[in-house]
Design a protein around this ligand. Structure first.
Ligand code: MG
Length: 291
């Protein structure tokens, strides 16, 4: 039989547990998980196969109809990229030494990407390149240039990508006078959030991304409790304003429905081999604490 004292102790213990759980929940942020509004619809494709189609705030992912998904307005950026600050981890300084010290292929082996004129260059068939160091939440500066010789259209022109945690793609594409679906153009969180404006420079010119990324958090069952967030400047112009990422960015066809999948707290940064010789330079990172 329980004594009154132990009952009252249990009562206070339960209150304590409840308030601890409440404060733990609030410490993850008071994010409204109901926005943006995500809906998924089961539809048959042209071949009669059933697919899940995802809609974000009522707009189908990869919508090509510009009356339904208007293209971001074009903005001409200023002309100065950023040098690394004193507390940055420099991942690429333009030298072969820096490249081999800091980057591998996705198996951890020697990457077949080229180092040309102070830049690392994607090589068709060489696969993604990834950093040896692993990062979670971070500030990332990276510069890139699509091939000066314009070839291809839409997603086939100067396509690469910067993948935070090797998972969440900030699209790299020659989006100067090159229309594609808005959530797949330069600076898009691929298939999840179009850029606010199109701040692209011409093909062959150096461009910069400054990315402030907070990693997603997961509970012990692998369910996301805080979405990843992105704030991005493209050539110094704000293009993603503290966006909560709506699931994974991997290509799943036009349907594109994909959920978060739980992963480690830190993972490499990677860049995509999409068959186009896109170049990268001046890559540096500052780790950020999780709020
Ligand atoms: Mg890409």
């Amino acid at each position: 039989m329980q004594k009154p004292l132990s009952r009252s102790l249990r009562f206070f213990a339960s209150i304590f547990t409840f308030t601890s759980l409440l404060s733990a929940h609030l410490s993850l942020g008071e994010e409204d998980m109901s926005k943006p509004v995500i809906t998924v619809e089961k539809k048959k494709d042209a071949k009669g196969n059933e697919s899940l189609y995802m809609y974000i705030d009522g707009v189908k992912v990869h919508e090509t109809d510009t009356t339904k998904q208007p293209l971001p307005p074009v903005v001409t950026p200023g002309d100065k990229p950023a040098a690394p600050p004193s507390d940055a981890v420099v991942l690429f300084d333009g030298t072969t030494k820096s490249f081999s010290k800091n980057w591998t292929d996705t198996q951890g082996g020697v990457s077949k990407w080229n180092v040309v004129d102070g830049a690392m260059e994607s090589v068709r068939g060489a696969g993604y390149v990834q950093s040896k160091a692993k990062f979670g939440s971070c500030q990332l500066h990276i510069e890139w240039a699509s091939p000066a010789k314009v070839q291809g259209n839409g997603q086939g022109r100067g396509n690469s990508g910067v993948f935070l945690m090797g998972t969440y793609e900030v699209q790299v594409l020659d989006s100067y006078d090159n229309q594609t679906y808005a959530d797949g153009q330069a600076g898009a969180l691929y298939g999840r959030s179009k850029p606010l404006v199109n701040a692209s420079r011409k093909a062959g010119e150096w461009q910069s991304y400054d990315i402030i990324f907070h990693r997603p958090l997961f509970d012990k069952d692998g369910k996301v409790t805080r979405r990843a967030t992105f704030t991005i400047l493209h050539n110094g112009v704000l293009i993603q304003d503290h966006i909560g990422l709506s699931g994974g960015t991997g290509w799943r066809g036009p349907n594109a429905a994909s959920e978060y999948k739980a992963h480690a707290d830190k993972l490499p940064i990677s860049m995509q081999d999409h068959g186009n010789p896109v170049r990268f330079r001046n890559i540096w990172v500052r780790e950020l604490k999780d709020k």
